[in-house]
Design a protein around this ligand. Sequence first.
Ligand SMILES: NC(=O)C1=CN([C@@H]2O[C@H](COP(=O)(O)OP(=O)(O)OC[C@H]3O[C@@H](n4cnc5c(N)ncnc54)[C@H](OP(=O)(O)O)[C@@H]3O)[C@@H](O)[C@H]2O)C=CC1
Ligand SMILES: CC(=O)C(=O)O
Ligand SMILES: [Mg+2]
Length: 423
Amino acid sequence: MTDAKKQAALDYHSQPIPGKLSIELTKPTTSAKHLALAYSPGVAEPCREIAKNPENAYLYTGKGNLVAVISDGSAILGLGNLGPLASKPVMEGKGVLFKKFAGINSVDIEINAESPQAFIDTVARIADTWGGINLEDIKAPECFEIERALVEQCSIPVFHDDQHGTAIVTAAGMLNALDIAGKKVEDARIVCLGAGAAAVACMKLLVSCGARAENIFMLDRKGVIHSGREDLNQYKAMFATETERRTLDDAIEGADVFVGLSGPNLLSPEQLKKMAANPVVFACSNPDPEIHPDVANATRDDVILATGRSDFPNQVNNVLGFPFIFRGALDVRATRINEEMKVAAVHALKDLAREPVTQEVLDAYEIDSLEFGRGYIIPAPLDSRLLDRVSSAVAQAAVDSGVARKPYPSHYPLTSVEDVYGG
Ligand SMILES: NC(=O)C1=CN([C@@H]2O[C@H](COP(=O)(O)OP(=O)(O)OC[C@H]3O[C@@H](n4cnc5c(N)ncnc54)[C@H](OP(=O)(O)O)[C@@H]3O)[C@@H](O)[C@H]2O)C=CC1
Ligand SMILES: CC(=O)C(=O)O
Ligand SMILES: [Mg+2]
């Protein structure tokens, strides 16, 4: 980013008041009568009702539309482990996206935990406060154990966005991109740079969508993850292949797909040149992708390119997932976000990209036209149809797969965030 853009980002966060979110009141508070309802003595009544039946918390508090965004700051975007407090702008940012795109209230919580168990214990103790928990920017491999334990211990959805949100959006974009490239996911030779939270989840979901594990080369800082390595944790080991290839230079030769979930500027133009015709390159590290779009496009004119950023076409970013996935899950009071719900979200996103783009999207991105193709493989985050399409698919899948505690919402389809509480 230029110095001017960096300063603009700092000004955006600091002016006119610090931060990006505030809390609003939903009830009148102008008279003593109002206060007697909102606080003492009136507030005692909902307390008594909730003590009798915890489900009443959904009736008398904001719990049902409230998500905690929780991080330890150990893998903030692609910036690395900068600690809990430095993750706060990202966590507030996730809150902005929850509210703007899905009408969900959120609170960010940054935990200074000395161990994964301390993190788990902290979150488990406050879990009843929320309708759902979005774990964010927690590094691998700790994130896997943390999520597993919390899913087990909590009766509300717990979702590690960097794993599943990213995987859902990546799979949707990938199925479309391969189609445009004239290739089949089952045949695609895939290189995944990164073997952490996002990478492992993305490759697992791509395999569920038809990719063959033996066609995937995954790499970490030490190179290709192969069956001869003895330093692999159980999550990396799932992707160990029998191969003589050792480096990115080796792995990228002839590859159809590159998925970058690692760090900045790690794919060189020379490596991009070695890929097969019509290469699909998802350089998803934030804020700086594995290869800059200007460099990639100057290197090959047949590349189908996506990044995680809002300022280039084809934004493959979990912003297209988590707001709407939680919307659907909250609205049927799902106890968890299961595979069926994730796959439903993949197809809703994939299919929406194939529909004509609305004027609203063209205006928001200041362009005259956009149609399904190399420059448009995935819906844009400012497409208001996402709210209905993804949330309803997720809610239906939750009902069908038996994790919903409420029926499919009678107030669906949602046309805007104004509708989220129904009539
Ligand atoms: N666009 C999107 O929606 C999303 C993008 N991301 C991006 O993905 C990246 C990883 O995030 P996340 O999975 O949460 O983090 P993790 O810390 O869990 O994983 C990072 C992984 O990247 C690998 N890595 C780092 N540097 C290199 C390198 N020089 N060469 C090869 N591998 C490298 C690490 O290797 P090792 O295991 O050896 O340490 C590790 O496997 C970030 O840049 C993040 O911004 C993440 C989520 C969503
Ligand atoms: C987008 C996101 O969640 C990340 O880069 O970590
Ligand atoms: Mg993240």
